[in-house]
Ligand binder design. Structure first.
Ligand code: SAH
Ligand code: SF4
Ligand code: F3S
Length: 442
């Protein structure tokens, strides 16, 4: 037997929570002697951390598994694992459909991954998609040194909202919040390792209600406590539901300079009729009022959103109402999707599904409007001074790339830049996807 470390390739689909989970799984397997590789061809184990949110995302997993077949034929002891939300939703079905898969691990069970890999050594094909009573976060190993100045930190998981189109309440289970002390300890460790910006993650992160001193803490209070950590310069959070934007969180935006002025606040639709059918439990009017309050607290706030077009029953008028909402809010960015009927969700059974061509045309129109707003937001940055946290070298010599306070990519060519440097930058030019600037006082 050779002493060379085993190699693990992880492919991550879906949202940032999966990115966070993939890092934690890499660490769990690292403790078992596995090192990461970008190249599936040289891997001893391939792990797909999957997403179930839309049909395309879920089906891609099966085609990617098919593509691993030649590797497995060549190297029969290659281990193939499926993790994440498709694993959670389909479980043993994956094993039936894909004989090359060795293990299936649901999103709450990653701490069990090393022992599941041991079971595959004994020729077993373990499937674990139970929602465990123990806390996976407690059982995963410590996070190792990271060279990156930014990190994700999951503080909340699961969703109790049950939007009529969405699989997340089923794949991630009920809402749970990690206790305040655990979050603060993990954040401090990240900062000790050079992290300067933390993005707090949760499916409904602003619904955070973690056990802390004196009772349950909301996200606003958690943010204020995190802001006291020396060396932590920036705090972000995602994703938020409009109904959970508490007053305390708005106040934190007004008062806490470390809390960055960019907020992802999905609305999905601008039609009250569709919002009701989606079970979003708020009106257009309530959302617009909330946006006003957010901008009163932090006038320079850049907002982004998610939109679904072609939800069952959506008429031309409903869609026009969505376009009107977008014009009223003026977004700095947005993600938009064609409705995808997901098995087991209430909307999937409706008889009034929208024709694909209609949904395609609406998606195009919506994306054109968002692109216009995004470009205008970018162009409006020219001449302004912003903070930039540098992350990596750019493509041109001497150039570095970082993110502005508003989460825009900014290119700067200057001496003395390095990952983790936070500098004041004057924006000199804007492109569709990035800005250029120069150091102030350099
Ligand atoms: N928890 C977050 C987002 C979860 S999923 C929130 O509530 O905002 C990310 C986005 O995927 C959603 O905001 C929604 O726009 C989109 N999405 C979810 N289910 C979908 C479906 N069945 N079809 C198309 N888009 C969907
Ligand atoms: Fe899905 Fe709605 Fe929960 Fe977001 S709030 S995860 S869209 S059910
Ligand atoms: Fe996808 Fe699961 Fe995230 S379904 S969007 S990976 S919570």
């Amino acid at each position: 037997m050779s002493d060379a470390p085993k190699k693990l390739h992880i492919k991550t689909y879906g949202c940032q929570m999966n990115v966070y989970d993939s890092e934690r799984m890499a660490e769990a397997m690292g403790a078992k002697g596995y090192v990461l590789t970008d190249n599936p061809a040289e891997a001893d184990m391939v792990l797909l951390n999957t997403c179930h949110i839309r049909e395309k995302a879920a089906e891609k997993v099966y085609s990617d598994l098919g593509r691993l077949k030649p590797f497995k034929d060549e190297k029969p002891d290659l281990k193939i694992g499926v993790a994440g939300c498709v694993a959670q939703a389909e479980g043993a079905e994956i094993m039936r459909r894909m004989p090359l898969v060795d293990l299936v691990v649901g999103s709450q069970n990653y701490h069990r991954l090393p022992e599941m890999v041991e079971a595959t050594d004994r020729g077993e094909r373990p499937v674990d998609t139970e929602f465990p009573t123990e806390d996976k976060f407690d059982l995963l190993p410590q996070r190792p040194l990271s060279a990156r100045p930014t990190a994700f930190l999951t503080v909340q998981e699961g969703c109790d909202k049950f939007c009529a189109f969405c699989v997340v309440p089923y794949t991630r289970g009920a809402e749970i919040s990690r206790p305040v002390s655990k979050v603060l300890t993990e954040a401090q460790k990240l900062v000790d390792r050079g992290v300067r910006e933390i993005t707090l993650l949760g499916q409904n992160v602003n619904g955070y209600h973690g056990a802390g001193e004196g009772g349950d803490w909301g996200l606003g209070r958690l943010v204020r406590a995190l802001a006291k950590i020396d060396g932590l310069e920036r705090i972000r959070y995602t994703t938020s539901h409009p109904n959970d934007m508490a007053e305390d969180l708005l106040e934190a935006h007004a008062e806490e300079p470390k809390l960055m002025p960019y907020l992802h606040l999905p609305v999905q639709s601008g039609s009250d009729r569709i919002l009701k059918a989606m079970n979003r439990k708020h009106t257009v009017e309530a959302y617009l009022r909330l946006v006003e309050r957010i901008r009163a607290a932090r006038p320079d706030m850049v907002l982004s959103s998610d939109f679904i077009v072609g939800f069952p029953g959506e008429t031309d008028q409903d869609f026009e109402d969505t376009m009107a909402l977008i014009r009223a809010v003026n977004y700095g960015a947005a993600f938009s999707f064609k409705y995808s009927a997901r098995p087991g969700t209430p909307a999937a059974d409706r008889s009034d599904q929208v024709a694909a061509e209609v949904a395609d045309a609406r998606l195009q129109a919506l994306q054109a409007l968002i692109t216009e707003q995004q470009r205008a937001t970018q162009a409006g940055m020219v001449g302004r001074e912003v903070g930039v946290l540098f992350e990596k070298p750019g493509r041109l010599p001497g150039q570095w790339v970082g993110k502005s306070d508003y989460l825009q990519a900014v290119h700067v060519a200057a001496e003395g830049l390095a990952p983790g440097v936070l500098a004041r930058v004057r924006i000199t030019a804007s492109g569709p996807n990035s800005l250029a600037g120069e150091l102030i006082g350099a």
